[in-house]
Design a protein around this ligand. Sequence first.
Ligand code: 6LW
Length: 509
Amino acid sequence: MSSDKIKRGGAAETARSTNPVIAGFFPDPSVCRVGDDYYLACSSFEYFPGVPIFHSRDLAHWRQIGNVLDRESQLVLPESTTSSGGIYAPTLRYRDGRFHLIVTNVSGGGNLLVTATDPAGAWSEPTMLPGVPGIDPDLAWDEEGTCWCTVAGIGQVRLDPESGKTEGEAQRIWSGTPGAKAPEAPHLYRIGDWWYLMIAEGGTERGHGVSIARGPAPDGPFEACPANPILSHRSTDHPVQNTGHADLVQGPDGSWWMVLLGARPGGGTPGWHGLGRETFLAPVSWVDGWPVVGELSTQLPDLPWPLHPFPAEPTRDDFDDLELHPRWVSLRRRPAELCTTAERAGWLTLRESGGSLDDLNVTFVGRRQQHFSCEARALIDPAEGRGGLAVRLDEQHHYEIEAGNGSVQVVARIGPLRTVVAQRAVPAGPVILGVQVHQTDAVRDSRTGPDTVSLGVVEPDGTLTVLAALDGKYLTTEVAGGFTGRVIGVYAATGTVRFDWFDYEPIGG
Ligand code: 6LW
């Protein structure tokens, strides 16, 4: 069905040589290069499939090529998985013709390792790593082929990546800067004559930073860089805050680069960010055997190689294919009986799983909000149930417009409070639901939120009739807590609902 008369121009993704290089909730980036190709993986928490993986030829433009953990046999997120639980902080490395990815499932099973010859998949079944404690595992191999696994803390244990067996107990090898909290996100590198141990510290909030130490061997002893932290935006008014959790990569020309996470808070004080922690790029130079991080700006510096933008993604997901694009994520799992494009050809069918958006159990499928100002629309056929279009931060923080039984309603859930904000009758049959997010253009007082989320119904002439315009502040990490960001998507509240298409595009480029 394509009764949609709305003119949909533009592209969901423009050729960016801006920072973030991957916008939206894509934190804890880990990167590696093979020839002229770079690959990068991120955390995914309570969402399934897990560990989004990207490809780039220039470090500036990235395209998602898959998800590392895309089968239920690889990724079990039990019912007890909370929002911001699940999958934390991968490390991606390439060795002997194989990609290795090590990551933590904090909601069950702990650390695991998977491998692939093609990073787009299929990835192997996981090797579980019961001897690797804690979170943020890293992989590094020395000249003898010994694999060293370094974890938050900062601890280290020798690991046989084939069997998953570890040798002895993890040993503490560094604690970061005295007095700084949360030494985590270690990555260990052999560069020149030294072993470098780079970590994040200060916590992943405004105090976040990157520090480094070096030593003669993979297990140290390590001396701290006198210039630590080598990167932090703490106590600055830089538009990119929370900078930390970094990984290093060398270009084919010998230049060095850092990928890292950062957040872009908006509005008044203390500043609120809804897009989660995003992936940024910064240049790195070396002085006296220590890395010096160059300016991290929202405009990338000139890169020493030709740019490789990817073709713009279509703004519309038509649900014509059996497989959903890898950008689509569900909560904890995605069984075909609850979420499928096979049941009615060209439509996405969602079946209720006993929960509303107030539950982690809800049948929801969405994509990350990647632009400060953007619009999403979806055509829903609610003939056999109720469902709608939602902006979700977690099960306690979401706004949605829901259709069913000849009416639509806007619901806001903020913390323990849930309220129906607006209601309207609609003609029976399919209806187009819309949501617009507009970045705040002027901070009127210190409490002004970062954006406004407007929800409504799209009229036959294509205009959006807004039923409610809500402060986006309440769908941000500073209000909700946790590690994720907004996901915009569709859901089934009761019965079975079907979606013909879903559009997402930035407003204002
Ligand atoms: C991750 C830790 C962190 O494991 O946040 O920013 C945690 N750093 O290293 C979740 O992303």
